[in-house]
Design a protein around this ligand. Structure first.
Ligand SMILES: Cc1cc2nc3c(=O)[nH]c(=O)nc-3n(C[C@H](O)[C@H](O)[C@H](O)COP(=O)(O)OP(=O)(O)OC[C@H]3O[C@@H](n4cnc5c(N)ncnc54)[C@H](O)[C@@H]3O)c2cc1C
Length: 565
């Protein structure tokens, strides 16, 4: 049997009733199986043990790679310019006894199996995220064009909403063979999945999400209002219209892999995941004494941010931090947003080909702003004496706030309101505003929906707000690929496999949200990080075990389809 055939039979069996996971579709590789295999993910030659690898960025991608490379026996040296955890950032309210604002990632789909491997390893707990119309959400209010609808389930909304939901399902089915695609994904039928997906790539890379909706026969027979409502409310987690200009391929990946459903929050804050990984002492570790952790290898502190990356005449890559201290490495992994290679870091142009530079610089980021307040208690559960309904609900609206999410920490305990979570144009409206102004704008929008509720009287302490696009260490919230960007993504994603690139470009690796096929979802950051681990293992002369092949071992056969340049 060929190595590929053995591989396809080796990972855990699944059938069409198995849960949806983020298994491809571009590169259907079982990362969850690879990292949990009893043999481990690979073996380095003795001569490479203890060698240093620079990791630029201590977000989830950087710390997962550092953790796995440490387990293999390398010595990761982590550089961080801002806060550890990156876009998994949980900020505590002053004096709020555990009340937190999740400023970046906050709801994690069940299908993120590699991410949840680390959550489980660290013993962290999760619970259902209070999304619109979900079982964890007592009630939802949809307020559009000045009309508010109160609902506990989709059927409570006027028929138009059900028509929109049905049209979306129908459009997916008739245009993409959605059920067959998802069946193949559940079964982990790699060839079946790729047969359908690879045919969709050239058809949909050039076209926007809006085009998909507007041209589908399901929506074409309905009114413009149906499209508009779909954009403003969406289904699952909130509005979709901020994504209307994105390539339809990106949206298809989200719905196909279940990113938009069955979402959880991490109790106590998601930043615990990267922070605890930093201190975690793996059971099985090579070269280093038992009890070692990233924390102990770094003697407690990561290095400062990276200011310069330069190829030396001996082939090594010199990393210079913001304080001018330089150190040479055989391998460097860059996990910060790719634009930072042009704005934050003085990076030797020769480290990447011009085709890769084109891809890195053409990457397009979406904007996002969030405004949180702490309140004295979950007052929204009080009942309106006239209607018997909750006085306030999770709220989706076409007003400035767009999405308002309510986080209950128990009766009579301080609770948290995400007054507004907005993207793109709606986030830009907030960009120049002070935190107080943002809160007041949100309160005034919500007053029009809930005229009888005095939200301000419940607020305690200072608000917490974020605009990721205003932060020089991010420049945007996450990637949102535009039509025609498939080729850029293909180049960046496949860069970890360096056997065919010139020696002058080897040894520098890329990972993270914007390298992934599923940006805005942490699972993509984790999966690209694991690709880079394979690349670095191979770079140091190591390899995976025959019974547990890694992503690069099967990439030539199963990797994403190439489109002609
Ligand atoms: C608003 C928002 C909402 C999101 N919602 C979700 C969600 O609900 N569910 C989900 O799964 N995902 C969500 N995501 C996506 C998820 O947060 C990201 O995919 C993930 O955190 C990215 O991890 P990363 O390691 O790739 O990048 P980052 O977390 O950005 O890590 C990169 C690190 O590099 C550092 N850095 C920058 N410049 C330098 C330098 N010069 N030297 C050294 N270090 C540097 C940065 O400070 C940062 O810490 C959301 C993201 C945002 C912003």
């Amino acid at each position: 049997m060929s190595q590929l055939a053995t591989f396809m039979q080796s990972f855990k069996k699944a059938d069409e009733n198995s849960p949806v996971t983020i298994f491809g579709p571009d590169f259907p590789f079982p990362y969850d199986d690879w990292i949990t295999h009893t043999k481990g993910i690979g073996q380095l030659p003795t001569s490479a043990m203890g060698k240093e690898v620079a990791i630029v960025g201590a977000g989830m991608a950087g710390l997962v790679a550092a953790y796995e490379l440490m387990k293999l026996g390398l010595k990761p040296v982590v550089y961080e310019a801002s806060q550890m955890g990156g876009r998994l950032r949980s900020q505590s309210f002053e004096g709020g006894s555990g009340a937190i604002a999740e400023l970046g990632g906050m709801r994690f789909p069940q299908s993120s199996t590699a991410f949840f491997h680390y959550v489980n390893l660290l013993g962290l707990e999760r619970k259902a995220f209070p999304n619109p119309l979900c079982p964890a959400t007592p009630s939802t209010v949809v307020d559009l064009e000045g009309n508010s609808h109160y609902a506990e389930k989709l059927e409570d909304l006027p028929p138009l909403f059900k028509e929109v939901a049905d049209a979306w399902a129908q459009a997916l089915e008739e245009t993409t063979q959605f059920s067959d695609l998802q069946k193949a994904l559940r079964k982990r039928d790699i060839l079946g999945l790729k047969a359908i997906w690879n045919a969709l790539v050239p058809l949909w890379d050039d076209r926007t999400f809006y085009d998909f909706i507007a041209q589908s026969s399901a929506f074409a027979k309905l009114s413009f209002r149906h499209r508009e409502v779909f954009g403003q409310v969406g289904f699952g987690t909130g509005g979709w219209d901020s994504d209307f200009p994105n390539t339809m391929l990106e949206i298809l990946r989200v719905v196909l892999t279940g990113c938009d459903e069955n979402q959880h929050l991490i109790i106590g804050g998601v930043q615990q995941v990267p922070m605890q990984l930093w201190r975690h002492q793996p059971e099985k570790i090579q070269h280093w004494p038992k009890g070692s952790s990233l924390y102990s290898l770094h003697k407690g502190a990561s290095k400062a941010g990276v200011a310069k990356l330069k190829r030396l005449s001996n082939g090594q890559i010199e990393v210079t931090d913001t304080w001018g201290s330089s150190h040479a490495y055989e391998a460097v992994l860059v996990t910060c947003q790719s634009w930072l290679l042009s704005t934050q870091i003085d990076c030797d142009e020769s480290l990447f080909s011009q085709k890769i530079w084109m891809a890195l610089d053409r990457t397009r980021y979406m904007q996002s702003s969030k405004t949180f307040v702490m309140v004295d208690r979950p007052f929204w559960q009080d009942k309106d004496p006239e209607t018997g309904r909750d006085v306030m609900s999770m709220t989706l609206t076409d007003r400035l706030t767009r999405g308002t999410y309510l986080f209950d920490n128990g009766p009579d305990k301080p609770a948290v309101m995400c007054l507004s979570y907005a993207w793109m144009g709606d986030a830009l409206k907030m960009l120049p505003q002070s935190p107080e102004k943002r809160v007041n704008l949100a309160l005034s929008a919500l007053k029009k929906i809930y005229p009888k509720v005095d939200i301000a009287s419940h607020i305690v302490g200072d608000p917490i707000t974020v605009s990721w696009e205003a932060d020089p260490y991010f420049l945007g919230a996450f990637k949102g690929a535009l039509p025609g960007h498939y080729r850029y993504n293909y180049r960046m994603y496949g860069h970890f496999k360096q056997d065919k690139i010139p020696a002058s470009e080897k040894g520098i690796f890329l990972a993270g949200d914007d390298i992934s096929w599923t940006p805005a979802w942490v699972e993509g950051a984790v999966q690209t990080s694991l690709n880079a681990v394979w690349g670095i293992l191979t770079h140091f002369g190591g390899k995976c075990f025959d019974e547990n092949l890694g992503p690069g071992d099967v990439y030539d056969e199963l990797g994403p389809i190439a489109l002609a340049d």
